[in-house]
Structure formats: structure tokens, C-alpha cells
Write a protein that binds this ligand. Structure first.
Ligand code: ADP
Ligand code: MG
Length: 715
């Protein structure tokens, strides 16, 4: 029997089992053996019956006193009840729908019983304990090696009708008759990490004697996918290193002059990041870099400088933003810089979104232009920097001399879009810079973005005050409104974020589920806008913004809010990424429990961007301890990275990368919480790739790697 043997071909497995296994997508021995236990119950000691404790798994050894079978006609249940005695006392055991047990556990039989003591309204009993007929009360000397009642008993994810006990029955004999498996993990990787080889690991993950054995085996299997991921990352990296890109000429003096023109001094990590980027750009290899930094850390200006450098080299730069609002904002930032004397370039900077086409020239003049004309100007190479949304990577937009592609908040863009931007032109790939304000835990950035080099902006510009964050109880709502009014009197502005756009609708006669009732209570932008503008702050200027509005309309409102034409902006999460209004000092979030921590963190980052003390007010109707604890993280976390680590622990990696999308098995997803394991996988992969890119001396590994690439599509 090998790992590839189909289970149907194993005569010992009944057809009933096969059907159930197929429901679990388990078809081969490999599938079955990689259906790992998700926990173990510790039955490693036999205890006296008198010491059984409610709800705790334990094993007892005793003699069956009497057995009784009854049927409940209503529910068609067969119930077996047995009384088991040892010298310290007796306990009742109960099984359902297993009538044959009465034949096995006849009175007088000695056996081990492993299970949990449960309490019903009427009685206390061992619930469906696993049993094993044995004369010996000692587990160790039990000659046939108990599968179900001794040591660590594996508990599997179950499907209807396929119990852990059933799986144990299947797996134990298969492990015995399995031929030796050749390990596809290279020996050095096993040695470096002190992992058991696959044969040992398979045995130990199913039937460990000690917890440490199970843990080590699990670690090995978790390592497998992380290792493959890293091989993938490092392969992409070394392939890119063989591609060509136009090496930019960087004139230090010009860069210096540009920086001088800024109305602020760059922070030292901005300078560091910029110099890393400049180094990359001067190489004839495509840069592939992620610029990561907390919200408000000043990534845009770094990217803008890179774009201007590309333009100075007579190349084009495409700057992709996730929303129209942001595209507009970046456009304004860059034109300001570009139009400084330093700009002095021929060619223009354009804004190109689904709803806007604008062009601005080096002399500071700006024109609205038809999309058609703009496309032509881009195609003629007259436009040097194009800032836009998805619109700029759609068909019809062609950059004849794309030297640099910048993508803001790149995890919002799919694989194809990124590929479209990076299309080779005349054998040259553009340099690629992606930016992310979403603090990604280190394990994830090493894995998901493991093919990218990373520049980190670790500090905020000097003088930023810590944002005061408060959870506001429902009864304090009026006080919060008073506070907002006070701030506005001082000249500040406020955001109000709601979890939905319009109030929930109820169809006539609709029966409401709990979830729907909850959803109906959620504050909506339109209702809050109505309430705030007419009842609470009738004397103030209130605007609203949400994703269903036209791009141009949104852009106008954002502009007007920046221009202080409104005091309060009621919005959905469209505000989440990147919006920059330094005069806004209040971020009020309705239904805060409906948002993830990383998202709340992004909201909060919208304020505290100027010189004034800022506040984040979190409203929630939920008083669940869980919600309160989560929101508390937001108040105590020192920075976004710490928060992301916590989010990862609380909500799991699925929140960061769609689980179904990633194609990663649970065990690897779980492992993404473990930085040491991720690093180990990277180190081991690095050794293999640097000696043998095509893995020629590792045929088993190479085959496995190919399968893996088919299975996993990563962003
Ligand atoms: P993010 O990294 O979130 O994209 P931005 O690039 O939008 O942040 O920058 C946030 C704000 O900080 C902007 O108004 C920007 O002009 C300003 N800024 C950037 N760098 C500095 C700096 N070194 N000192 C002061 N303000 C800065
Ligand atoms: Mg930004």
C-alpha cells in the first residue's frame, strides 16, 4: 500500500465508509493520512472511577455489571446503558445507536472506557465512551496496543456518521501496512529544523505517545506549505532578477532640490526608504518593492519623488490608487511637487479615472481634457505621470515608455491588474513599487509578499500627537455630540463613519432572523446624515459620502471637505484608505464592532494628521466582552504592526488573505501565526534556491512544487 493507493481498492474498508470518506473528499491513502486530528484527548492515565470529574476526558478500567438495551420509538434511537464498577465505585455509561455493543460488553467483561463524564437533567454518565476489552488495568502492558482508550487519542474533524472512532479504526491499520514513503522534503531541511521524516511524522501526528511528538509532527506538516510558498517567492524573485529594466539616472542634486521644496523635513525612515528605492531604480533590473508604513507616515511623497525621477528620465510613471477620491488626492499632491521650479520638465501629469480626465503641465497650468485626447497624449509619451484608478489599466490605455508602476494599497488589486501594469515593453519591465498602509504582520508580509523587497517607514512625522481613543457608551451619545460641536467651534472638522449606506428594508410579512434584526439596527449613512444635518447640528454644514455616489460627486465632496466647506462628513468605509484632511480631528465610528481592527485602525488614521490633538470615538451597542476586548486592543496597541499581530491572533489569517482564495490548508494558515516557523521555511528555501534554482537535484521536491503552484493562487 502506498500513499497513492485508492481507498476503494482496500478490501477492509466497507462501502459505507467509502461513501462517507468521499463526502470529506478523502479518496486516497494520502488524503486519509493527511486528514489530521485537530486535537488530542489525554487518556494517558487510568483513574479510579471515584475520581471522574464532570466534563473532563478520562479513562477508567472496570467490570461491566449490567447492560441494558432500550429503544425510543419516537426518535428511533437505540440506547445502551451499562453500569461499570471498579473498587472505588460505579458509573453509568451510555451509547446511542450502537446495539452491537450489548453483544461485546456482556456483564463480567473487563474493559477500558475512555470518555467524558456528562450531566443530564436526570443523571451523571459517561457519554459514548470509547472502550477496549482488556484484562490488564495497565495501559503499557496491554499487548495489542489500545487505539481508543490509552495515551493521546486523536480527535478528527468529523462529518455526519464518520466519527473519530471510525477514523481511528481506519487509520491505525493503514499506517501499519503503508510502504515506506520517500520524503520529498530535502534532508537538509529536515535536519536544519529537527523535523521527523515523513514516515515518523505520519505515525506521530495520528498516534502520538506524548504531546511533544504530536506537536513536532504537526510543525513539520505546517512547515511543508510555508516552505513551498517561500520556494515560490524566492523563485519569482530570482527570475525577476534576470529581467531587464531601464536603469534611471538619478541626479542627487535634483533630488535634493526636490526635497528642499517640501514644506516639511523627511523623517529618517522616509529618507531611508527613499534611498532604498533610488538604489533599486538605478539598477537595470526591475525593482519589486513594497513600501510599508503606518497611516499618515508619508508614503505618498516618497512615491511621488520616484515618479518625478522617472519623468526626468523621459520615462512614464503610472500611479494606481484604489479609489477615485485617492486618485484625485494623489494627483493634487504630485502636481504641487511637479509644478515646483524643480519640475521644469516637458510633459504633463494627468488624472485619469472613470469619471475624470485632467492634465496639468510643468508650468502650473491645468486643463480639463477629453478622455480621448488624454489617451492620445499618453500614447504619444507627452504625459509623463498618470494617476488614476483601475481605469488606467483598462484596454485602450497604452504607455509607450512605462518606467515605473506605483500601486497604492496593492492588496486591493488582483493578480491580473498587477500583471497588466507590468507588461513588458520592448523587453523592458517597469520598476514596480507598491505601497501599503495596512500594517501586515511580519509573518504574512514574509509569506504573501515574500517576493517583494520591503521598505519600512517606522515612524510618524514629528509633532504628531497621539490620537485619544474612547469607547462611547450609548447613554453618552449627547455628550459626544457636544464635544464634536466644541471642536468644530475651534475650527476643526469631523468624520462620522457608518457601517452601511441606506437603512435596511423589510419586506411585507418578512420574518426577521436575529442576524437581520441586528443588521437593521445598524446606522446608515443616509439616516445619520439626515439626523445630524437637521436635528443635531442644523446650524453646521454636513455632507455625506458613500460608494454608490458618482466618482465626480465623491471627488467634489472630498475636495470641499478638504477646503473646509463642510464641518462634518458622514461616510461609509470608502473613507478607509488614504484620505488626507489634516484639519479633521474627530473620527466617530458608528457600529464599531462591525469593523475589523485593521479597518478601525485605518479609520483612526484619517485624523491626527495635523498639528491638533485628535480623537477617535467608537460607538457600539454591543456590550459583549469579546467586542470590548477587541476595541480595547485599539486603545493599547503601540502601532499598527502590533495591532495587526493581535488581529491575526484573534481573527486568524483568513481576514488578511481570503481563505478560499489562498488555497492554503488550515494547518498552513494556522502556521502563519508563527514567525519562527515562517523564518525557518524561508531560510531553508533560500538554501535550496540559491544552489539549485530549478531544484534539479530534488526531483521529488520539484514535482511537489509543481502541484503546489497549480493549487495555490496567491495575490
Ligand atoms: P500615508 O503614508 O498614509 O499615505 P500620506 O503620504 O498621505 O500618508 O501623508 C500624510 C500627511 O503627512 C500628508 O499631509 C503629508 O503631506 C504629510 N507628511 C508626509 N511626510 C511628512 C513629514 N516628514 N513631516 C510632516 N508631514 C509629512
Ligand atoms: Mg496613502
Amino acid at each position: 500500500m502506498t500513499l497513492d493507493t485508492e481507498l476503494v481498492k482496500i478490501s477492509e474498508i466497507g462501502s459505507k465508509f467509502i461513501t462517507k470518506l468521499i463526502q470529506l473528499k478523502i479518496k486516497t491513502v494520502r488524503d486519509l493520512l493527511t486528514h489530521f486530528p485537530f486535537r488530542y484527548e489525554d487518556f494517558s492515565k487510568i483513574i479510579p472511577i471515584s475520581e471522574l470529574v464532570l466534563d473532563q476526558p478520562a479513562t477508567v478500567h472496570g467490570v461491566v455489571q449490567k447492560v441494558n438495551l432500550r429503544r425510543t420509538w419516537k426518535k428511533h434511537l437505540t440506547i445502551i446503558e451499562a453500569v461499570i464498577m471498579d473498587e472505588t465505585g460505579g458509573v453509568k455509561a451510555v451509547w446511542f445507536n450502537q446495539p452491537y455493543i450489548a453483544q461485546i460488553l456482556r456483564p463480567g467483561t473487563r474493559a477500558n472506557f475512555a470518555g467524558k463524564l456528562m450531566q443530564s437533567q436526570r443523571e451523571i454518565y459517561l457519554s459514548s465512551p470509547a472502550y477496549e476489552v482488556t484484562n490488564s488495568r495497565s495501559l503499557a502492558s496491554s499487548s495489542f496496543g489500545p487505539k481508543h482508550t490509552a495515551g493521546l487519542i486523536p480527535i478528527y474533524p468529523e462529518t455526519r456518521g464518520l466519527t473519530s472512532k471510525g477514523l481511528r479504526f481506519l487509520i491505525k491499520p493503514i499506517l501499519k501496512s503503508l510502504e515506506r514513503v520517500e520524503d520529498w522534503l530535502p534532508e537538509e531541511a529536515l535536519k536544519e529544523n529537527k523535523f521527523p521524516d515523513i514516515n515518523v511524522a505520519l505515525k506521530k501526528i495520528h498516534f502520538p505517545l506524548k504531546m511533544e511528538e504530536a506537536d513536532l509532527a504537526k510543525r513539520r506538516f505546517a512547515f511543508e506549505d510555508l516552505f513551498l510558498l517561500q520556494l515560490n517567492n524566492l523563485k519569482i524573485k530570482s527570475r525577476l532578477a534576470e529581467e531587464r529594466a531601464v536603469a534611471l539616472k538619478v541626479d542627487e542634486a535634483k533630488v535634493g532640490a526636490l526635497i528642499e521644496k517640501l514644506p516639511f523635513i523627511l523623517t529618517s525612515s522616509q529618507k531611508e526608504s527613499l534611498s532604498e528605492i533610488l538604489k533599486d531604480l538605478q539598477r537595470p533590473r526591475p525593482m519589486n518593492r513594497l513600501l510599508q508604513g503606518d497611516v499618515g507616515s508619508g508614503k505618498t511623497v516618497i512615491a511621488a519623488i520616484a515618479a518625478i525621477l522617472a519623468a526626468q528620465n523621459d520615462l512614464q510613471a503610472a500611479f494606481l490608487a484604489p479609489t477615485e477620491v485617492l486618485a484625485g488626492q494623489h494627483y493634487r499632491t504630485i502636481t504641487k511637487l511637479f509644478n515646483s521650479p524643480m519640475g521644469g520638465l516637458s510633459g504633463g501629469v494627468a488624472l485619469f479615472t472613470a469619471n475624470a480626465a485632467e492634465l496639468s503641465y510643468g508650468d502650473g497650468s491645468q486643463i480639463k481634457i477629453s478622455r480621448q485626447k488624454l489617451l492620445k497624449e499618453i500614447l504619444d509619451g507627452k504625459v509623463k505621470i498618470v494617476i488614476g484608478t483601475h481605469a488606467i489599466i483598462q484596454k485602450g490605455v497604452r504607455f509607450p515608455k512605462l518606467g515605473l508602476a506605483i500601486v497604492d494599497e496593492q492588496h486591493r488589486f488582483g493578480v491580473e491588474q498587477r500583471a497588466a501594469l507590468s507588461q513588458a515593453q520592448g523587453g523592458f519591465l517597469p520598476h514596480f513599487l507598491s505601497m501599503s498602509a495596512t500594517p501586515i504582520p511580519r509573518t504574512l508580509s514574509l509569506t504573501i509578499f515574500g517576493d517583494l523587497d520591503v521598505s519600512l517607514i517606522t515612524e510618524l512625522p514629528a509633532g504628531r500627537k497621539e490620537i485619544i481613543t474612547k469607547i462611547v457608551a450609548p447613554e453618552n451619545r449627547p455628550k459626544a455630540y457636544d464635544f464634536i460641536r466644541e471642536q468644530i467651534k475651534k475650527g476643526r472638522q469631523a468624520f462620522v463613519i457608518c457601517p452601511r449606506i441606506t437603512p435596511g428594508a423589510v419586506k411585507e410579512g418578512e420574518v426577521l432572523s436575529e442576524a437581520k434584526k441586528k443588521a437593521l439596527e445598524l446606522k446608515s449613512v443616509t439616516e445619520e446624515f439626515e439626523k445630524l444635518s437637521t436635528k443635531i447640528f442644523p446650524d453646521l454644514k454636513v455632507a455625506m459620502l458613500h460608494g454608490k455616489m458618482k466618482g465626480r460627486e465623491k471627488d467634489q465632496i472630498m475636495k470641499d471637505f478638504s477646503g473646509k466647506k463642510y464641518h462634518i462628513l458622514v461616510s461609509t468605509s470608502v473613507i478607509e484608505v488614504g484620505v488626507d484632511v489634516p484639519n479633521a480631528t474627530i473620527m466617530m465610528v458608528e457600529g464599531a464592532d462591525r469593523f475589523g481592527l485593521a479597518q478601525l485602525y485605518q479609520f483612526r488614521g484619517r485624523v491626527g494628521r495635523g498639528e491638533h490633538q485628535s480623537f477617535c470615538l467608537l460607538f457600539t451597542e454591543s456590550d459583549s466582552a469579546n467586542v470590548q476586548q477587541r476595541l480595547n486592543f485599539l486603545m493599547t496597541a503601540k502601532n499598527g504592526f502590533e495591532l495587526a499581530e493581535k488581529d491575526l491572533l484573534v481573527r486568524g489569517p483568513g481576514q488578511f488573505m481570503g481563505e478560499s482564495q489562498s488555497g492554503l490548508p488550515d494547518i498552513a494558515m494556522e502556521a502563519l501565526r508563527d514567525i519562527e516557523l515562517v523564518k525557518a521555511a524561508r531560510a531553508s528555501a533560500q538554501k535550496i534556491i540559491s544552489n539549485d534554482l530549478e531544484m534539479k537535484s530534488y526531483p521529488l521536491l520539484a514535482a511537489r512544487f509543481q502541484q503546489f503552484q497549480k493549487r495555490v493562487h496567491l495575490e
